[in-house]
Design a protein around this ligand. Structure first.
Ligand code: ADP
Ligand code: ZN
Length: 519
């Protein structure tokens, strides 16, 4: 095929007017013979990044792809655009396979899609060494890394390509990779001086908000009450919780349906249909809901429980606002949830996997606790940088005020000490506020010197202060032991009055539900 420059090819072959961000840079880099790593969300436009250079460089572009069905779609689309493309895989008959190989040797192909196990056979590699190869494109490159979520042993062999074909550029592409996965992919594929391109993850119309989980169902009701016309999804961790929340919403007069993998296929299909047709306003669901849901006007996604990693959070919140209109992502963030997720992960029996998942959970917690722009934190996780804070997240719209918390911190820390470092947050707060509950009296905690010294503040405010003390490293929660609060060595200078401390002012971010006036 005769091509002048990449932009011409984009227009004449593919029929698009302009490149999307980074597409042109990537194309230019490959045409020049350099390696590249591309991280772009699904639908971001990764294919053109190797298709255009394959057309421009002499020889055939070899595309490694794990799914035969996807190969077929790509090849069909390319052929419609007049590009000489073919697939070589186990789904085709012998005659067809021979034809493809003949075209390959005759230099007739611009692009050949091949499964990794096919490509890495000695016979096939020998063939490739006899003909000019334009480039290697490794699609779904995260499959090469155990840090990714879809490790495929047959991808590991691809690491040999770089050494076998020193003159051929290699491009790795994926829609999902955190920083560790990314460097692991680059290492394993042996990319040379790989230029890394990350783009397209931002969903500017989604407003991210994280609130302290206090009375989650009331918080959810208040949220739904503020947008009575909008449809959305509420994600919860377990089937049981899904059923419970959906039931309570219906009792409160909200059209809600439950969706999880424990329901019969028919019921799941029915819920999905009803949601698409706007017959159901709210779907309360486990992570099972969402694959293949293409509803453009999902106005909100609420996380009732903490997602297990940022990848899931990004994917699930991404189901909101596909129509480009303003949409909300609300996360109810409770410390108890961390313990639950942690013990779920730790019950796994692959130590390496446990280590990776705990690391990812920590990153998720870090996001929820972030003190700066949520979008910066979220995109930063994928390695994409924002030029400035986004102006459309809770922290940008309402930056936390700070206050001198030295005195409050001292009260909270001494109270933790006085109860013997043997109680969780709820009890410590009760003691601080001088609650008259039975447990306190039985334990004699109403006779402690710290009993009631924090009566001037609400339980929510103390919760916020104590969580910040945990986050800042003055307290730790023994997650293996009922989340008991303990002092860390850093608490000592604060208790002795040697240092002072500034914290974010506690605030209740979701207004409590107003009671309906009696008639
Ligand atoms: P990915 O592989 O990243 O999931 P694709 O390469 O399949 O995404 O592209 C997704 C869609 O975007 C396709 O329909 C593609 O034709 C379209 N697309 C890609 N680049 C451009 C562009 N520069 N201008 C317009 N449409 C584009
Ligand atoms: Zn922001």
């Amino acid at each position: 095929m005769i091509a002048n420059n990449p932009l011409d090819t984009l227009r004449t072959v593919f029929g698009y007017r302009t490149f999307r961000p980074f597409q042109e840079e990537i194309v230019t880099r490959l045409i020049g013979g350099g390696d590249a790593f591309v991280l772009m969300p699904t639908g971001g436009g990764k294919s053109l990044c190797y298709q255009i250079p394959a057309i421009h460089r002499p020889g055939v572009g070899i595309v490694v792809s794990p799914l035969i069905s996807l190969m077929k779609d790509q090849v069909d689309t390319l052929r419609e655009n007049g590009v000489a493309a073919a697939a070589y895989n186990s789904a085709m008959g012998e005659r067809e396979a021979r034809q493809v190989l003949a075209r390959l040797h005759a230099g007739e192909l611009d692009l050949l899609y091949v499964a990794p196990e096919r490509l890495m056979t000695d016979a096939f590699l020998e063939r490739l060494r006899e003909i000019p190869v334009a480039l290697f494109a490794i699609d779904e490159a995260h499959c090469v890394s155990q840090w990714g979520h879809d490790f495929r042993p047959e991808y590991v062999g691809l690491g040999r390509l770089r050494g076998l074909f020193p003159g051929v550029p290699v491009i790795a592409l994926t829609a999902t990779a955190d920083v560790q996965t990314r460097s692991d992919i680059i290492d394993r594929l042996g990319l040379r001086d790989a230029q890394v391109y990350v783009t397209g993850f931002d969903r500017p119309n989604i407003r991210y908000t994280v609130v302290d989980k206090q009375k989650p169902f009331h918080q959810l009701l208040a949220f739904l009450g503020n947008r009575p016309q909008d449809a959305g999804i509420v994600y919860a961790l377990s089937r049981k919780r899904v059923e419970e929340v959906a039931g309570k919403l219906r009792d409160a007069g909200i059209e809600a349906a439950a969706y999880h993998a424990g329901l019969a296929d028919g019921e799941r299909g029915r819920v999905q249909e009803a949601f698409l047709r706007d017959d159901v306003r709210v779907v309360v669901a486990t992570v099972a809901f969402g694959m293949g849901i293409d509803k453009p006007n999902v106005r909100f996604v609420v996380h009732y429980d903490l997602p297990k990693n940022i990848e899931s959070y990004y994917q699930e919140t991404g189901r909101a606002g596909r129509d480009g209109l303003p949409a909300e992502a609300l996360l109810l963030f409770g410390y108890g949830d961390i313990a639950v997720s942690r013990s779920l992960i730790e019950s796994g029996n692959n130590p390496e996997q446990v280590r990776i998942e705990l690391h990812k959970l920590n990153a998720m917690v870090g996001f929820a606790e972030a003190g700066t722009c949520r979008r910066e934190a979220l995109l930063g996780y994928f390695g994409e940088r924002l030029a400035e804070p986004c102006g459309n997240c809770d922290l940008c719209l309402d930056p936390p005020e700070s206050f001198d918390a030295t005195e409050d911190a001292r009260k909270a820390l001494s109270c933790v000490y006085r109860v013997g470092q043997r109680f969780g947050m709820g009890h410590v707060i009760d003691v601080l506020r001088g609650s008259k509950n039975e447990r306190i009296q039985q334990l004699g905690h109403d006779r402690l010197s710290t009993y009631g010294i924090g009566a001037d503040r609400s339980a929510e405010a103390w919760g916020s202060i104590i969580r910040q003390l945990i986050h800042r490293g003055y307290l730790e929660q023994d997650l293996a032991n009922y989340s008991v609060l303990k002092l860390t060595p850093a608490a000592r200078p604060l208790l002795r009055g040697e240092v002072s401390l500034t914290l974010a002012k506690p605030r209740v971010k979701v207004a409590p539900v107003k009671k309906e006036p009696k008639r």
